[in-house]
Design a protein around this ligand. Structure first.
Ligand code: NG6
Ligand code: CA
Length: 529
C-alpha cells in the first residue's frame, strides 16, 4: 500500500520509489535509497581510468564504474561551477535567474537561490531525508543587503535552501575566505582574531603574492596574486582568523572525515549527502602521500587524491552497513583546465594525458570538453553494471532523485528545466526522456544539443540575434571567450566538433537557432523574473 501525504512544499510524497527494481518483490515496495552525490570540481571527461586515462590511477572510481552504470553523454548545464551547481540545486538553468548573480561567484557574493525555494535537498528533506552538504558550495552566502559577518551568523546559506547540516567551502579554494563554514559559523574561529575579507582593497598585514613571490609554493598570474595563505596566493584579501584557516594539503582528509561522521549516524529517514570536492580545481596542493602518484604532474596527483576521497566515502558506506541501500553518483561540475592561474607545473608535465579525452575544448567553453562530464551511478542490486549512451543533464537530478526518493509530484514549476530521468539513471536499457540540452559558457556563450546535432551561435558583436547576449546582465567578464562564427556539428559522427557543417546544413542552423531562442525566452520555472 502506498501512503500519500502532502508536505510543506506542496509536493506529494509516496512511500515507495517509482523506479522499477531489478529484483523487487512486488509485495514489499523498495525503500527510498540513501543518496550520495559526489560532485568533483573541474574533473574532465578523460581524467579517469574508466573514461580512458592511463596516466592517472583511479582505482576507486573505476571500481564504481565496474559495479555501476557509466554514462557517456552526461552534460553539466554550464562550463563553470556556479551555474551548474545552481541548476543541480534548483532544476533550472542558471541563466533563468535574473535577480541574483549566478556567474562565477566571489567569496563575498550573496546567496544565488532565494531562501525557502524548493531545491533538490529541500524536496528530499520534505520527503523525510536527512540532508547534508560537505565541501564546495560556491552559491553565495548572505542576503546581499549587508556584507556577511564572518565573525557572527553566516547566512542565509545552504541551511536556508534545504540542508539540515553543512560543512562547506564558501566559494573556491583559490578565493578568500580560506576557512570552512559549519552550519552558520566559521569553523574553529577564535573570537579574539576576527576574520575579514575584501575583494576591493587590501586589508590587514598578511603578505600578498605580487610583492612576496619568495613566499609562494608556485607563481601565479596577477588575478591570483592577492593574499598569501599557506604559501599560496589567492583571489581577494583576508585578515585574521588564523586558527580557522584550512590547510590545503588536508582538505580532502577533512572532507572525508566529515562525510564519515555523517554517514555513520542514524537518522529517522534516509540520508542525502552532497559532497563537493575541491579536487582537481586549482590551487593544486595534494597531501604529500599523493604527490608523484600520477604521471602527469600535480593536477594528476589531485585526481589521485579525489579518487582516494571517493574510496573513503564508499568505505564509510560499507562500514555503516548501508552500501547496498545507497545510490552513489560521481560526476563533475564542468570540464577541465590545465592552467587556471597558477604556474604549478601542470602544463609542462601533462605529457600525453588528455583531460577532456577526445573532446574539444574545456572549462569556460560550450564545446563538448567544457560541458560533457563523467557520470557514474551505482546502486547494488538495483543498477545493472554497464554503459549508457543516453543523454542526461545534471539539471535532471532534481526531478530524477525526487522520484527515486519517493516524491511523486513536485510543486508546479519546480525543476522545470529538468526531466525525470530516474529510469535512465537505473538502467542502460531505459531511453532518456531528454532529447536536447542547453549549455552555457562564460561570456554569454550558449549551445543547443538536439539529438545528434549541436548548434553554437556566434556571440560576437553584431551577430544577427540576441541568443548569445544578455544571459545574465551581471556577467561581464571573460570578454575574450567570444564565439566568432555560428557553428554546427553532428556529434554522432564528429564528437570532437572538428567539422563545421553550417554551410552544408543551413536549414538545421535555422531550426536550432529558433529552438534555442524559444527555450531561452520561455519563462518557465520558479526563479522570480
Ligand atoms: C575564475 C578564476 C579561476 C577559477 C574560476 C572558478 C580568474 C582569472 N580565474 O575567475 O581560477 O577560480 O574563476 O572556477 O580569476 S569554477 O570551477 O569554480 O567555476
Ligand atoms: Ca568547477
Amino acid at each position: 500500500m502506498l501512503f500519500v501525504k502532502r508536505f510543506c512544499l506542496g509536493a506529494i510524497v509516496v512511500g515507495c520509489c517509482a523506479a522499477p527494481a531489478l529484483a523487487a518483490d512486488a509485495s514489499t515496495p523498495p525503500r527510498p535509497p540513501h543518496i550520495v552525490v559526489i560532485l568533483a570540481d573541474d574533473l574532465g571527461y578523460g581524467d579517469t581510468g574508466c573514461y580512458g586515462a592511463t596516466a592517472i590511477p583511479t582505482p576507486n572510481i573505476d571500481r564504481l564504474a565496474n559495479e555501476g552504470l557509466r554514462f557517456t553523454r552526461c552534460y553539466a548545464p554550464a562550463s563553470t561551477c556556479t551555474p551548474t551547481r545552481y541548476a543541480l540545486m534548483t532544476g533550472e538553468y542558471g541563466w533563468r535567474q535574473r535577480r541574483r548573480k549566478t556567474s562565477i561567484l566571489d567569496g563575498d557574493a550573496p546567496l544565488a537561490i532565494e531562501p525557502g525555494r524548493p531545491t533538490l535537498p529541500a524536496v528530499l528533506q520534505s520527503a523525510g531525508y536527512h540532508t547534508a552538504l560537505v565541501g564546495k558550495w560556491h552559491l553565495g552566502v548572505g542576503d546581499g543587503e549587508r556584507p556577511v559577518d564572518f565573525n557572527g551568523r553566516v547566512g542565509p546559506g545552504p541551511l536556508e535552501v534545504g540542508f539540515d547540516e553543512a560543512f562547506y567551502i564558501p566559494a573556491t579554494v583559490d578565493r578568500v575566505p580560506c576557512v570552512f563554514i559549519e552550519d552558520h559559523a566559521v569553523h574553529r574561529l577564535d573570537p579574539a582574531d576576527p576574520v575579514q575579507i575584501s575583494y576591493q582593497r587590501r586589508i590587514g598585514q598578511l603578505p600578498v603574492g605580487r610583492e612576496r613571490p619568495d613566499l609562494l609554493k608556485y607563481p601565479a598570474d596577477n588575478q591570483h596574486s592577492d593574499v598569501i595563505i599557506n604559501g599560496i596566493s589567492r583571489i581577494g584579501y583576508m585578515a585574521g582568523g588564523r586558527q580557522a584557516w584550512w590547510v590545503d594539503e588536508e582538505i580532502a582528509d577533512t572532507l572525508a572525515q566529515r562525510c564519515d561522521r555523517i554517514i555513520q549516524k542514524q537518522y529517522d529517514g534516509p540520508l542525502f549527502l552532497l559532497v563537493g570536492t575541491h579536487d582537481p580545481h586549482v590551487p593544486h596542493a595534494p597531501h604529500p602521500r599523493f604527490v608523484g602518484k600520477s604521471q602527469c604532474g600535480v593536477r594528476g596527483d589531485s585526481i589521485v587524491q579525489l579518487d582516494w576521497l571517493v574510496g573513503a566515502v564508499l568505505d564509510s558506506l560499507q562500514r555503516a552497513g548501508i552500501a547496498e541501500q545507497t545510490l552513489v553518483l560521481v560526476t563533475s561540475d564542468n570540464g577541465p583546465t590545465v592552467f587556471d592561474g597558477y604556474d604549478d607545473g601542470s602544463v609542462a608535465e601533462l605529457g600525453d594525458h588528455r583531460p577532456a579525452g577526445p573532446l574539444r575544448g574545456g572549462k569556460y567553453l560550450v564545446d563538448e570538453g567544457g560541458c560533457r562530464v563523467p557520470l557514474i551511478a551505482r546502486w547494488p542490486g538495483r543498477i545493472e553494471s554497464g554503459e549508457s549512451d543516453e543523454m542526461i543533464s545534471l539539471v535532471d537530478l532534481l526531478p530524477s532523485l525526487a522520484t527515486l526518493g519517493g516524491v511523486a509530484a513536485l510543486p508546479a514549476g519546480v525543476g522545470a528545466d529538468g526531466v525525470d530521468a530516474s529510469a535512465t539513471l537505473l538502467s542502460a536499457q531505459s531511453p532518456s526522456p531528454r532529447d536536447h540540452v542547453v549549455l552555457q559558457g562564460v561570456a554569454n556563450g550558449f549551445a543547443l544539443v538536439d539529438g545528434p546535432w549541436k548548434f553554437i551561435p556566434s556571440n560576437a558583436a553584431g551577430a544577427a540575434d540576441d541568443i548569445g547576449r544578455g544571459a545574465n546582465p551581471l556577467d561581464t567578464r571573460f570578454a575574450e571567450a567570444r564565439i566568432a562564427e555560428d557553428r554546427l556539428y553532428r556529434l554522432d559522427e564528429d564528437p570532437s566538433e572538428s567539422r563545421n557543417l553550417i554551410a552544408e546544413h543551413p536549414e538545421q542552423a535555422v531550426r536550432l537557432r529558433a529552438r534555442l531562442q524559444a527555450i531561452r525566452r520561455a519563462g518557465q520555472g520558479t526563479a522570480p523574473q
